[in-house]
Design a protein around this ligand. Structure first.
Ligand code: PLP
Length: 407
């Protein structure tokens, strides 16, 4: 039986949500930047460190074995979370950014000048800059696919962007600015038909959607811990076994090798081949706990709640004079980006903070998208499982006040 979305009991598990900011109850609407963490996550990391901590793998002693077991159990949780066929296809990284760098670096040796990488205009800089490195250093060509007026990916333009030169399609599964959810299965189908590999940036979708990498048939899928109620400093990348067998290791060091001699070395098997050095052990265990925590709920209940909260906010802001919402694609996630004529997003965010309301303002690490939207920044309220309708009311009330002060 799935746990019901009982907001009082859920919020009680997030100690930070009961604090005040500037004398007002905190209204945390910056979840797309980082989500808060429940006791289940905070406690597991602290308990592990207090009771059974040592370095992982190669250990003979009890603590090393217990820590390794907990670390590898977290890998299994990530595997199950995205329905990957094998734990050997789950590589822990220090976040979403490192995961994408790992893949981009890993294919760099295969890039010939003129090889193409296809990106969408709504990518996060994390899924742009590593590919720019391949352009700068190896002569790869970046091809950009636009979104339409609602923020939906232009699938005809996507198909047209592919050629026999396309090596990689790297596209978000859910935009951190527009909330757009892309048709990942269809993107994979089209990319594979053109002979290209596919990487999905799942840093946002991981917490909102039910992910099944086998159904998507993608080659790589990227997750980050801190946006799914887990700690910072941990992420993961799923890679198909065949893709990982070809992929070169990104970093060298301990654990990723088999034999090291003066003039020769051989590598360990995946996933260890890609996890050089001591990994973020406690963070990986916290990531696993976050997945367990989220798994208590039925994903469709979570989505329905987040959607209802988003819809309430959307309906309310639409009535505000001079306010424009960026991203209205069908099936979008609970991210509300907007601009108000005559009010700078930074000023809005600063005034909202005085009322205890945390939103984000800026380019959201998506400058090509800002360019496309014709703005330098937007204001963004992003919603999580623990947000309530009365928090939306507080946000809207503060927004009206802020607008009144600025315009
Ligand atoms: C946050 C985010 C990233 C970067 O992930 P980190 O774990 O913070 O490095 C990449 N892509 C998207 C869409 C994001 O929202």
């Amino acid at each position: 039986m799935a746990r019901p979305i009982d907001l009082e009991s859920i919020r009680a598990e997030f100690p930070i949500l009961s604090r005040e900011v500037n004398g007002k109850p905190l209204v945390y609407l910056d979840n797309a930047a980082s989500a808060q963490k429940p006791n289940a996550v905070l406690d597991v990391m602290s308990d592990q460190a207090r009771t059974a901590y040592a370095n992982v793998h190669r250990g003979i002693h009890t603590l090393a074995n217990e820590t390794t077991e907990a670390y590898e159990a977290a890998r299994e949780k990530v595997r199950a979370f995205i329905n990957a066929p094998s734990v050997n296809e789950i590589i822990f990284t220090k976040g979403g950014t490192e995961a994408i760098n790992l893949v981009a670096n890993g294919i760099a040796g295969d890039i010939q000048p003129g090889d193409e990488i296809v990106l969408s205009i709504m990518e996060h800089h994390s899924n742009i800059v590593p590919w720019h490195f391949l352009r700068e250093r190896y002569g790869a060509v970046l091809k950009w696919v636009n979104v339409d007026d609602t923020g939906a990916l232009d699938m005809a333009a996507f198909e047209a962007a592919l050629s026999e030169k396309t090596k990689m399609v790297a596209i978000t599964h859910m935009s951190n600015v527009l909330g757009t959810v892309t048709d990942a299965a269809e993107i994979t189908r089209i990319a594979h038909a053109a002979g290209a590999e596919v990487l999905f940036d799942g840093c946002q979708s991981g917490v909102h959607l039910d992910i099944d990498v086998q159904a998507l048939d993608c080659d790589y899928y990227v997750l980050t811990g801190h946006k799914i109620y887990g700690p910072t400093g941990i992420g993961a990348v799923y890679g198909k076994a065949e893709a990982l067998a070809r992929l070169r290791p990104f970093q060298g060091g301990g654990e990723m090798i088999e034999i090291v001699e003066r003039e020769r070395l051989t590598y360990n098997e995946a996933p260890h081949k890609f996890e050089a050095g001591t990994p973020p052990i406690l963070q990986a265990i916290g990531f696993g706990a976050a997945i367990d925590w989220l798994n208590q709920f039925d994903n469709s209940d979570v989505l329905a709640h987040e959607h209802a909260i988003y819809q309430k906010a959307y309906d309310a802001v639409r009535g505000i004079n001079g306010l424009r919402v960026h991203g209205t694609a069908e099936g979008k996630g609970a991210v509300l980006s907007f601009s108000i004529d005559g009010a700078h997003p930074h000023d809005l965010a600063q005034i909202l903070d005085r009322y205890g309301v945390a939103i984000r303002a800026g380019h959201h690490c998506a400058q090509p998208l800002m360019d496309h939207l014709g703005v330098s920044a937007t204001a963004r309220a992003s919603f999580a499982l623990y947000n309530t309708e009365s928090e939306v009311d507080a946000f809207i009330e503060a927004l009206h006040k802020a607008r009144g002060m600025l315009i």
